[in-house]
Design a protein around this ligand. Structure first.
Ligand SMILES: [Zn+2]
Length: 467
């Protein structure tokens, strides 16, 4: 049964979603002056005002503000079904920066609709989430479908690693009450033809590493051969953590045991969809991919440790590069780590490898930040059935289950806080949705499908309390 159609979404959500898309409400990590700039507040007010126009029997809309932190919105909707317990629906409204020049006719803050797709920064990651959560609940009340008490929680620091979320979870502990189901609307999808449920997320370790050799730069003709190059020492240090010929990580603490079901489900996905990663990633023609097969690539992307060097400093742009032996080289190392390891412990092991017995006794500074990975807890039978039913009703097909290669650090934190809670992580970030990249896009029918599936899941939760 369809509770919401695309034209409902176009009428009820699209105008405000489009306005939201034009606001550069960057996450604090990308806008140090976010508070003075006021874009996050502006976008949060816009969303809250939109929620205020929706129709509920019993609703409380609050924007919470802890001094020095980004605001957080809760929409608390009273139960229409007997029974205690809370369902939390999570999303975020802060955005990644534009990244670079967008394609012809597209721009990060000038939303454009092409066919059934809306292009702008933040529409899919994760602006749609407020609309999906609220419209699902509004449809239930309109149709007289019972639901438990629900709290829609929209935060504004996710793209910075959710540094503000913990403080709000402390603040809202009593308000959230006994949480029984957590629906996270910020995850990925392999295709747009079904509901995708995330079974795991990798953790992340970010390390800022600086190797210094001189007080200040020197003519390379006078210093080279005597002063060791900071870049060469950086290479040696990187060789300790990553095999440069294979890309394999060399620190044992960054490996976890890969469960059999992960390999089986990767085989299954590969059988149905073929080499989905080879197809979807914009690799240059002729590039030899890592991994031995389609299934192996799926496992590698979701359960293997990897290193990406995501930033460098101390090296001039080629157009102004003089013959100088430079005083230092900095690199930002981004490790993705398996869902089931202790990312903090792993980060300490990497720091140890990078900073002990440094070649030539060069000066090394290293600091790190981590986000824990997450493995979905086993689904309760009522929830497994609801996911099946929700996907079939909304998309005409059974749901897909897969791990994600990215990280949503707070899910690990939430799982620790609420160990008994049932989790559903799903989302609209499918092929060409380009979260974090140029040309971000929301596939509108998928947003509608996810919203309908949320109705089925919340219905099943309420009914599971009756039996
Ligand atoms: Zn997100």
């Amino acid at each position: 049964m369809t509770h919401l159609t695309l034209s409902d979404f176009e009428r009820d959500a699209l105008p405000t979603l489009t306005q939201y898309a034009s606001i550069p409400c960057l996450s604090p990590a990308f806008d140090a002056a976010w508070s003075e700039n006021g874009y996050i507040d502006q976008a949060m007010e816009l969303l809250a005002n939109w929620v205020r126009e929706r129709e509920f029997n019993d609703v409380e809309i609050e924007i919470h503000r802890i001094e020095g932190r980004t605001p957080l919105m809760t929409v608390t909707i009273g139960a229409t079904n007997p029974g205690e317990g809370t369902c939390v629906l999570y999303g975020h409204m802060d955005k990644q920066p534009p990244l670079g020049d967008w394609s012809e006719g597209l721009a990060p803050y000038q939303p454009v609709r092409r066919g059934d797709r809306l292009y702008a920064r933040g529409v899919a990651d994760d602006g749609y989430s407020t609309f999906a959560a609220i419209l699902a609940l509004e449809a239930m009340e309109r149709e007289g479908i019972g639901h438990s008490r629900c709290v829609v929680l929209i935060e504004a620091s996710e793209e910075s690693g959710s540094p503000d979320l913990d403080a709000y979870l402390d603040l809202l502990k009593a308000q959230l009450g006994r949480v029984e189901l957590m629906i996270c609307l910020d995850s990925g999808a392999l295709t747009y033809d079904r509901l995708w449920v995330t079974t795991s997320l990798r953790g992340v370790i970010n390390i800022e590493l600086t190797v210094s050799v001189l007080e200040y730069g020197q003519h390379s003709g006078s210093a080279s051969g005597v002063i060791p190059s900071s870049f060469r020492i950086l290479r040696q240090l990187l060789e300790r953590v990553e095999d440069s010929s294979t890309g394999d990580i060399l620190i044992p603490e960054l490996y976890g045991e890969i469960p059999e079901y992960v390999k089986d489900s990767a085989e299954e996905v590969a059988r149905e969809f073929g080499d989905v990663l080879a197809r979807e990633l914009p690799a240059l023609e002729g590039l030899k991919l890592m991994g031995s097969s389609a299934a192996d690539r799926i496992v590698r992307r979701t359960w293997h440790p990897t290193l990406s060097v995501v930033g460098m400093a101390g090296i001039p742009d080629p157009s102004i590069a003089g013959n100088v032996l430079r005083p230092f080289t900095s690199a930002v190392l981004s490790f993705r780590v398996p869902p089931n390891i202790d990312a903090n412990k792993a980060g300490q092991a990497v720091i140890k490898a990078l900073t002990e017995n440094v070649p030539s006794n060069a000066r090394v500074e290293a600091s790190f930040l981590t986000g824990e990975g997450w493995v979905a807890p086993e689904l309760a039978p009522w929830l497994a059935a609801a996911l099946d039913q929700g996907s079939i009703e909304a998309f005409g097909r059974k749901p897909g289950f897969t791990g994600e290669g990215g990280s949503i650090p707070f899910l690990g934190e939430l799982a620790k806080r609420y160990p008994e809670v049932q989790f559903v992580a799903t989302g609209v970030l499918g092929p060409q949705s380009n979260a974090h990249a140029i040309d971000e896009m929301l596939d509108l029918p998928t947003a509608v499908g996810v919203t309908n599936a949320v109705v089925t899941i919340l219905t099943a939760h309420a009914q599971s309390k009756e039996s």
